[in-house]
Ligand binder design. Structure first.
Ligand SMILES: *Cc1c(COP(=O)(O)O)cnc(C)c1O
Length: 392
């Protein structure tokens, strides 16, 4: 069988959630972001490890419905809100809370006010503090809030950082100031009980003074870094996803021979080339530059001494050797080529890790994201349904 698999480490997910819980005040609640099928991990596999979260955040009602069907009974928030009056009705039925970021959503909320004991009486009111994506302006906030409070709603003021990954960026100070002032204004003029939520993962780490009533961690739960230039490993986050396949062919290539589409790679010396059963059809990025590498895992032979490019890990009685091998040539839909020259006695069928745990000598998803000039966020979300999912 072609092997391409996603191994999901539940203990890592639990660990990362605990890291969040330990980083925030006791009164602060956690809205774990599980949009885009839990950042590509598969929300159904993640829910058991997220039971300590106070709520879950999703992008749309379809995602929320799936989560309710999986049995989640606590807070569930549509972070883009609803898209029609009918969806507002459906979201009340499914007991979802909504962000309200626009005037048409206010009208839908006024049109149908949920029962006084419904969790949907809480609305997450979005303020634009400078990201200029969604939300009300500070000038309109008091009147919108007053209208909703008069209709019987409880409010959580919310906003989103544009540059939380870079703490020194001046927009952070401006956004925090505008958020704090607006919150104070609302509490004075509209309702002293209005709550607040500002931080995503990067904000949780960089702006501990802004944790307020709810934090909204996403990427850090999955063990990829939310920060620019700081590794997940150094933040004590553990990767949840390990992406692997196996070596399906080994060939000797003469100097001057080229490999793959576009003949992008030309051997400047004789090399040993391996083909791995993974490609962009599985979610491995086609656009990686020459810095991308994989970890090839072999059972060690007693007589081997050359461990230059490997690390040794004792797993019970068998010793495993892992070798760092560059990706060569273009990534295809179903296959990639790697340089095996430095690997003693590679074998067809051995495991190759595309990204996973740096503690096990694999590249992190953030390493490969760097090679692909993107973020771990995108690579995780873009893993396709083809690799089989295994949970451990
Ligand atoms: C996705 C999202 C988050 C989580 O962001 P991370 O950077 O993944 O932590 C938080 N808040 C909102 C509104 C979001 O859309």
């Amino acid at each position: 069988m072609r092997s391409a698999s996603i191994t999901l480490n539940s203990a890592a997910l639990t660990h990362n959630l605990t890291q969040v819980i330990n980083a925030i005040p006791e009164k602060t609640k956690v809205l774990a972001m599980v949009k885009a099928d839990a950042y590509g991990h598969g929300v159904k596999y993640c829910l058991p490890s997220l039971q300590k979260a106070d709520g879950l955040g999703v992008a749309c009602f379809t995602e929320a419905k799936q989560i309710r069907d999986l049995g989640w009974q606590k807070v569930l928030v549509l972070i883009e809100g609803v898209f029609s009056q009918q969806e507002w009705a459906e979201s009340i039925e499914a007991e979802c809370q909504s962000i309200i970021h626009h005037q048409n959503q206010v009208q839908w909320a006024l049109q149908q006010v949920p029962a006084s004991n419904s969790p949907c009486r809480t609305i997450w009111l979005k303020l634009n503090t400078g990201m200029n994506r969604l939300g009300f302006e500070p000038e309109e906030l008091v009147s919108v809030a007053q209208t909703l409070v008069d209709a019987g709603y409880n409010l959580i003021l919310t906003s989103h950082f544009a540059n939380a990954d870079r703490p020194e960026h001046p927009s952070n100070t401006n956004q925090i100031k505008m958020f704090t002032e607006s919150l104070q204004d609302l509490r004075e003029k509209v309702d002293p009980n209005i709550k607040a939520s500002l931080c995503n993962s990067a904000g949780i780490i960089n702006f501990p003074e802004c944790h307020f009533d709810w934090v909204r961690p996403g990427i850090m739960l999955y063990g990829s870094t939310p920060l620019d230039g700081i590794s997940a490993q150094s933040l004590q986050l553990k990767p949840v996803m390990s992406f692997s396949a196996s070596l399906m062919a080994i060939h000797n290539i003469a100097a001057g021979a080229h490999v793959g589409y576009g003949s992008r790679f030309v051997a400047n010396r004789p090399i040993v080339k391996g083909i791995v059963s993974i490609g962009y059809g599985d979610g491995y990025p086609r656009v990686v530059d020459g810095s991308a590498w994989v970890s090839v895992q072999l059972a060690a032979h007693e007589n081997e001494t050359d461990i230059d490019r490997s690390t040794e890990n004792d797993i019970g009685s068998t010793t495993v050797r892992r070798y760092k091998c560059p990706v060569i040539g273009r990534v295809a839909m179903d296959m990639i080529a790697i340089d095996l020259t430095e690997v003693p006695n590679p074998t067809v069928g051995c495991q190759v890790t595309l990204w996973g745990d740096p503690d096990e000598a694999a590249p992190s998803v953030d390493d490969i994201a760097n090679s692909a000039h993107t973020l771990g966020y995108e690579l995780l979300c873009r893993v396709t349904q083809r690799p089989i999912r295994i949970t451990i």
